[in-house]
Write a protein that binds this ligand. Structure first.
Ligand code: NAP
Length: 245
């Protein structure tokens, strides 16, 4: 069974972030056609320039009206099909429970749950047509364990995991697998704010004794996208160096 993604078309949201960029680079190496998304125009252009073959990008805010239709229509116009969807973009922001207002609650769910959900709905008909599909949703360890100050983020990721398992149950028989990757703590822009003392303390609780690398998440995302992962469906796969709280 093939590891290669040659001839496959993948949409990767949040490609301007460290994990999304690493997934894009891994898929590129494996020969996929790529549509990358993000809001930061400069970053996405710089990334796409490193991938001169069969790569394009769409700059868009996933919360904008009908963003998913625009993205899917563009992908079909460019490559004619969609085989792989990686819902990676997220609003990663903490707020204490009693300081969490309605606006933030809605915004975080819009980016972390409603947008990925709608994108799955829009891409699935093309996967059904291809008789092949790989949906990979990036969730989080926090979605399973919870975390202080992260009630909304954790809930949005748990919601995405629940939806993924249900979609997996509906469409597995059509050769469309839906899985989640739940990272622990990965060295990225979004974890740079962690203080050294706190980081050292957490690293001591991680059996591997370090944070993960975006490339390690990308390697799992590449496996799940390939034909080799054909019997993995409806799973939330932890990638966290053994960290459980
Ligand atoms: N880093 C970790 O330790 C960790 C742990 C657990 C789970 N995760 C998950 O891994 C994924 C990637 O995380 P990361 O650390 O690479 O994050 P990041 O560097 O903060 O990247 C987040 C990405 O999401 C995009 N994004 C955010 N809001 C958006 C919106 N409204 N519309 C469109 N795009 C939007 C950003 O685009 P722009 O920057 O272009 O606006 C960026 O590309 C996320 O799903 C996150 O929850 C990360």
């Amino acid at each position: 069974m093939k590891e290669s993604l040659e001839g496959r078309t993948a949409i990767i949201t949040g490609a301007t972030g460290d994990i999304g960029a690493a997934i894009a680079q891994e898929y590129y190496k494996l020969g996929a056609n790529l549509i990358l998304t993000g809001r930061n125009e400069q970053k996405i252009k710089e990334l796409a320039e490193k991938m001169p073959r069969n790569t394009d990008f769409v700059i868009l805010d996933l919360t904008a009206f009908d963003a998913e239709t625009k993205l899917v229509d563009y992908t079909i116009q460019k490559f004619g099909s969609i085989d792989i969807l990686v819902n990676n973009a997220a609003l990663i922001e903490g707020k204490l429970f009693l300081k969490t207002g309605n606006d933030f609650l809605h915004k975080a769910f819009e980016v972390n749950f409603f947008a990925p959900y709608r994108l799955m709905q829009k891409t699935l008909p093309y996967m059904l047509k291809n008789k092949f599909g790989r949906i990979i949703n990036i969730t989080s360890l926090a979605g399973e364990t919870g975390d202080a100050g992260m009630s909304v983020y954790a809930a949005s990721k748990a919601a995405l995991a629940g939806a993924s398992k249900s979609i997996a149950a509906e469409y597995g028989r059509r050769n469309i697998t839906t899985n989640c990757i739940a990272p622990g703590i990965i060295n990225t822009e979004s974890t740079k704010f962690i203080s050294k003392d706190y980081a050292d303390n957490i690293k001591n609780q991680i059996p591997i004794r370090r944070f993960g690398k975006p490339e390690e998440v990308a390697s799992l995302a590449a496996y799940l996208a390939s034909e080799r992962a054909s019997y993995i469906n409806g799973q939330v796969i932890n990638i966290n160096g053994g960290l459980y709280r």
